[in-house]
Design a protein around this ligand. Sequence first.
Ligand SMILES: *[C@@H]1O[C@H](CO)[C@@H](O)[C@H](O)[C@H]1NC(C)=O
Length: 495
Amino acid sequence: MASLRIWFTLVVQAVLYTTCDALWCNCTTVQCEKSGSQCETDGACMASTSFIDGQEQHIRVCITRDKLEPPGQPFYCLSAEGLLNIHCCYTDFCNSIDLKVPSGYGSAGTWGPVELVAVIAGPVFLLCLLLLVGMFLFQYHQRVYSHRQRLEVEDPSCDHLYLARDKTLQDLIYDLSTSGSGSGLPLFVQRTVARTIVLQEIIGKGRFGEVWRGRWRGGDVAVKIFSSREERSWFREAEIYQTIMLRHENILGFIAADNKDNGTWTQLWLVSDYHEHGSLFDYLNRYSVTIEGMIKLALSAASGLAHLHMEILGTQGKPGIAHRDLKSKNILVKKNCTCAIADLGLAVRHESATDTIDIAPNQRVGTKRYMAPEVLDETINMRHFDSFKCADIYALGLVYWEIARRCNSGGVHEEYQLPYYDLVPSDPSIEEMRKVVCDQKLRPNVPNWWQSYEALRVMGKIMRECWYANGAARLTALRIKKTLSQLSVQEDIKV
Ligand SMILES: *[C@@H]1O[C@H](CO)[C@@H](O)[C@H](O)[C@H]1NC(C)=O
């Protein structure tokens, strides 16, 4: 193991001396001797302690900011258990400390010739073996994981920093969203959280796999498990959820993504908040809603969608995001009977600087029943990001229709139905949908008696304005949100 230690230290040493500008650190490399054993950096100071041939070695260097990758857990700042104890810090000369000796090397003895041979020959043999295994694994993983850079992390040896025993998930996420370190838990914390979840029961099956209820430190979480074939979907959804500034009370709260390799296959997990009411579809099937309930559901769904669609400029900004698969099954109902938009796996993000969309959007994804007319007849302009937002609004109108039918006003409400239930068979084809929506220009029925209730009248009007054949003529999510806010004030509803 000694030569592995030397190798490790040398790599760290060789790569890490740097040019700097803001932060001063103690420095032990030869290059720093002329500058008084100090160096200056824009990144971090690092101190490491290792054991080499029975000698405790202290190395202090500067690390430039561009080497602090991945954020939250830079590879350069990882200790290697039993080999090397590393500490990165961010104040002047903070790496002046002498770290404790890595565990397993508590006492340094002197070695005789026999040990010396063992110490030299053993590691060389081991190193060759490791290299071979390493090369084999590397080739294998490079093939499988080539597009997974962002989610790939090393072992979580610094967890104790974040995962203090008494912290709940909410505390953790709150800590991080206020510390400004981006849009979610650091990846190694995500992994640790994911690996300490105990799955309880299956609560649904989706396009990409199963959804489970799990327990973590006494709280419920939802775990979406993707089959290994669906790695791209898993990666994409995790990527979208971790878009900076995406967190919103009406968008499903993302907790963690993890890929567990159990040797033969990879288990892909996406962990999120758990909402016991389940989807809006389940909820509307089970319960009718009051006028107040209807407005709360509709307003919260519009708020979530408006936040998703909105582009926020600036360094702490967020890109505009279009959902592309909005439907009552992809919206969850929270305990307080407001909505949380979920299933962002098909979403696209808009880069306004270059006016491009972050993935090549394929033409017809999503659920056929909820496809906008321009998606069904393929006239949608996919170079124009706003087209996708308009298609989302059409689907939102259909969801509103599903909610409004279940509204219990004057003792009357209708049974739950999917949109177009009376016009197309279950699991309709694109062709069947296109005939109804584009050729015959039919839309779900808005009953006349809705006119006698102000809230239902407004809902009916919004729906019609979501369903125009011309996408650009439809309302925006923000407009809908404002109209419904006014309505909730009129109806004296606390939201
Ligand atoms: C680190 O640098 C500071 C300032 O030059 C110095 O006072 C201190 O002794 C140094 N620490 C070590 C361990 O060399």
